[in-house]
Design a protein around this ligand. Structure first.
Ligand code: NAD
Length: 252
């Protein structure tokens, strides 16, 4: 029995990387998936094709999560296609490098717009839809261990993820009465385009591995498995939680 059969999800930033891993993990459990990215290209079409090959339905909706009009359209198009929305995974994110003294105001704003305002906007319209359905819902925010421990050289990124972690707890309180749970996943180092330049640099790779007790970097599938767990009906008593999936990084 597929554990998410009949459910409908939106995974932001799911044309590649962790988002795609989450989209595939949800689809394997029978969930329909709205794949999103800010540009329609081959990656988006491939992700939709792969999900359909697993027997679940999928569409791609182009939307920049930092733009309110795009987000309204993302939720509207999804509900028009599938008739409901059960699960929102706020995964879309960027990593802008820089310390407080080197970052420009423009870079700071872009980092916050995508990683934090994007979570606010997508949650706003998804939760309104979930409340109107009068059915339980799931919001899953992809934060980061960079929101709970410091990482040098990525000040705005750390601040954005710390804020997502706290917004998760706050929203869990506001929407518990509607049966909507709000949780975060805090990935450690996961092999994706975002970490490619770090992992291609030998000394950085070694230092990251030295801090990962299980002795391997994470995969999008690792995060997908955690997202499925939080999406299940059986997880309805879990809300406001940060699920660390980091191979032991923060346990040290
Ligand atoms: P990635 O760069 O491989 O993928 C990012 C995704 O976000 C892409 O699908 C891209 O299209 C989408 N995206 C970017 N800006 C967008 C926008 N404005 N609107 C809509 N979509 C947008 O990165 P990833 O490693 O897969 O990261 C996914 C999430 O996981 C991010 O929130 C990231 O901060 C978080 N994370 C990653 C790691 C890691 O080690 N890779 C660790 C902790 C947290």
């Amino acid at each position: 029995m597929k554990r998410l059969a009949g459910k409908v999800s939106i995974v932001t930033g799911s044309d590649r990387g962790i988002g795609k891993g989450i989209a595939i993990a949800l689809a394997k459990e029978g969930c329909s998936v709205v794949v999103n990215g800010h540009k329609k290209g081959k990656d988006a079409l491939d992700a939709v094709k792969e999900i359909k090959s697993l027997g679940s339905d999928a569409i791609f909706v182009e939307a920049d999560v930092s733009r309110e009009q795009d987000v309204r359209n993302l939720i509207k198009t999804s509900v028009e296609k599938f008739g409901r929305l059960d699960i929102l995974v706020n995964n879309a994110g960027i990593l802008v490098s820089g310390t407080i003294t080197t970052l420009t105001e423009k870079d700071w704003d872009r980092q916050m717009d995508v990683n934090l305002k994007g979570v606010f906007l997508c949650s706003k319209y998804a939760i309104r839809q979930m409340i109107s359905q009068k059915k339980p819902g799931r919001i899953i925010n992809i934060a980061s261990i960079a929101g709970i421990v410091g990482f040098p050289g990525i000040s705005a990124y750390c601040a954005s993820k710390g804020a997502v972690t706290e917004l998760t707890r706050e929203a869990a309180l506001d929407y518990a009465k509607y049966g909507i749970t709000v949780n975060a996943i805090d990935p450690g180092v996961i092999v994706t385009d975002m970490t490619k330049s770090m992992l291609d640099d030998k000394p950085t790779r070694k230092s990251l591995m030295d801090n990962t007790p299980v002795g391997r970097f994470g995969t999008p599938e690792d995060i997908g498995n955690a997202a499925v767990f939080l999406a299940l009906d059986a997880s309805g008593f879990i809300t406001g939680h940060n699920l660390v999936v980091d191979g032991g990084w923060t346990a040290r």
